[in-house]
Design a protein around this ligand. Structure first.
Ligand SMILES: *Cc1c(COP(=O)(O)O)cnc(C)c1O
Length: 377
C-alpha cells in the first residue's frame, strides 16, 4: 500500500498522459510557451480568478508574492505556527519578521482570534510594522477567510493565501487560490494537483501585481523590452512538459478526483469517528484532502499506533512533528513552549493516513480495522 499512490493515477490516465508527454516533447518548446499560457488560463478559470502566473515551485510562488508586495526588512508577517516551513521561509528570506500564531484546534488552521491578539501585540510593541498575513489551507481545508479577510481589512494588512495544499478546496463554492491579494499553490507531486516534478502558480485579481509577478519570475525584465531589466527577480519558470501533464491532471481532478477523494474521506470518518478525533470540516467548506489527519490521545499512543500500522504494511506520516517556533532557524526569536498550546498538542498527536483519489474501499476497511483493533487492545 502507498501513502499517496501516484503510480495508480498515472496508470489510470496512461493513454492520454503518454500522448500529452510525447506531443509536448515533439513540439520543440520546453520552457513556458503556449501550453503554459493555456494552463494558466485553465487554472485561473478553475479557481475563479483573473490572473494566474505559473512558476517553478510553491516556494518560489511565495517568494515572488512577498517581493511583489514589497514586504521585507522591518515588516511583521503573521503566519500559523503549524505549517510547512516554506510558508515563513519566503518572508524571512526577504528580511521580514515572522509573527507566529496558534491554530484553531479543530481545523488546524490559523486561529482568527489569536491572529488579532498577535496583531495588536505587535502594534503596541512597535518593533515591527504589521504588513501581511500569510494563511495556510492546511491538509486541503481553506482557512477561515470570512473572518481573516475582515481582520486584514481592519488592520490594512496584505493577505497572501498559501494554498500549496489547498487547491480544489472551497468555502460556499468560492475556491481556494481566490482569496487574499495574492494566492499561491504548488504542483509538487504529492499535492492535491501535482505534476511530475516541481511546479507552482500564483493567482491574483490585481493587474499590476500580475504584471510585476511576470517580470519578477524572469529576472525582473521589462514587459516591453526583454533585455531591459527594471527589477531584481528570480528565474522561476514552469516547464512546458509539466504544463502538458498538468492539463491532463487538472481535467481528471475537476471531473472526478476531487469527488473521489471526498468519498474516501467520508469512508474514513464513518469508520473512525467513534475511536479517534477525525478531521473537522466546518459547514459550507469543501476540503481537497491533501492529508487525512487523525489525532490520538498522546505522543505515546501515536507512536505505538504508527508502529502497529507499519507492521501491517500501512504507511503513515507525521505532519508535522514540530511547530515553526520549534525550528532551529526561528528558535532565537523569543518564542517559548506554551505559547502555542494547540500547535504543541497537534505536533504530539497528529497522524496522517494513506489518502488519494484511487484509494479503494477495501483498503480503507483494512486500515480502519487495524486502527480499531489496536485501540481496543
Ligand atoms: C508544499 C508546500 C509549500 C511549498 O511548495 P513547493 O512546491 O514544495 O516549493 C509551501 N507551503 C505549504 C503549506 C506546503 O505544503
Amino acid at each position: 500500500m502507498e501513502f499517496r499512490d501516484l503510480k495508480k493515477q498515472y496508470l489510470s490516465l496512461k493513454q492520454e498522459m503518454d500522448k500529452a508527454i510525447l506531443d509536448s516533447v515533439a513540439s520543440g518548446q520546453y520552457i513556458l510557451g503556449s501550453d503554459v499560457q493555456e494552463l494558466e488560463q485553465l487554472l485561473a478559470d478553475y479557481v475563479g480568478g483573473k490572473h494566474c502566473v505559473a512558476c517553478a515551485n510553491g516556494t518560489d510562488a511565495l517568494i515572488l508574492s512577498v517581493m511583489t508586495l514589497s514586504i521585507g526588512e522591518g515588516d511583521a508577517v503573521f503566519a500559523p505556527d503549524f505549517t510547512y516551513f516554506a510558508t515563513i521561509n519566503s518572508a524571512m528570506l526577504r528580511g521580514a519578521s515572522p509573527v507566529l500564531v496558534d491554530i484553531d484546534k479543530r481545523t488546524f488552521n490559523i486561529c482568527p482570534d489569536a491572529l488579532e491578539v498577535a496583531i495588536q501585540r505587535t502594534i503596541s510593541e512597535g518593533k515591527y510594522r504589521p504588513r501581511a498575513i500569510i494563511t495556510v489551507d492546511l491538509f486541503g481545508l481553506c482557512a477561515d477567510y470570512p473572518q481573516i479577510e475582515e481582520i486584514a481589512r481592519k488592520y490594512k494588512l496584505y493577505l497572501i493565501e498559501d494554498a500549496a495544499q489547498g487547491f480544489g478546496g472551497a468555502i460556499e463554492g468560492k475556491r481556494a487560490c481566490a482569496y487574499g491579494d495574492i494566492a499561491i499553490t504548488s504542483f509538487f507531486p504529492a499535492k492535491p494537483l501535482g505534476c511530475y516534478g516541481d511546479g507552482g502558480a500564483i493567482f491574483t485579481n490585481n493587474d499590476d501585481y500580475a504584471r510585476k509577478l511576470r517580470s519578477l519570475r524572469a529576472q525582473g525584465r521589462s514587459p516591453l523590452d526583454k533585455y531591459d531589466n527594471v527589477d531584481l527577480g528570480l528565474n522561476s519558470r514552469l516547464d512546458t512538459l509539466q504544463a502538458a501533464i498538468l492539463k491532463v491532471k487538472l481535467k481528471a481532478f475537476a471531473d472526478y478526483e476531487l469527488q473521489a477523494v471526498n468519498q474516501a474521506a467520508e469512508r474514513y470518518t464513518a469508520g473512525l469517528k467513534e475511536h479517534v478525533i477525525t478531521p473537522y470540516i466546518p459547514a459550507g467548506y469543501l476540503s481537497s484532502w491533501a492529508q487525512y489527519t487523525i489525532m490520538l490521545r498522546d505522543a505515546a499512543q501515536r507512536s505505538a499506533l504508527k508502529a502497529h500500522l507499519e507492521s501491517k504494511g500501512i504507511p503513515t506520516m507525521i505532519y508535522y512533528p514540530k511547530g515553526m517556533h520549534q525550528q532551529s532557524a526561528v528558535i532565537d526569536r523569543g518564542y517559548h513552549t506554551g505559547h502555542f498550546p494547540h500547535t504543541e498538542h497537534a505536533v504530539q498527536t497528529c497522524l496522517s493516513l494513506p489518502m488519494h483519489p484511487y484509494l479503494k474501499p477495501e483498503e480503507q476497511a483494512y486500515i480502519i480495522n487495524e486502527i480499531i483493533t489496536f485501540l481496543g487492545a
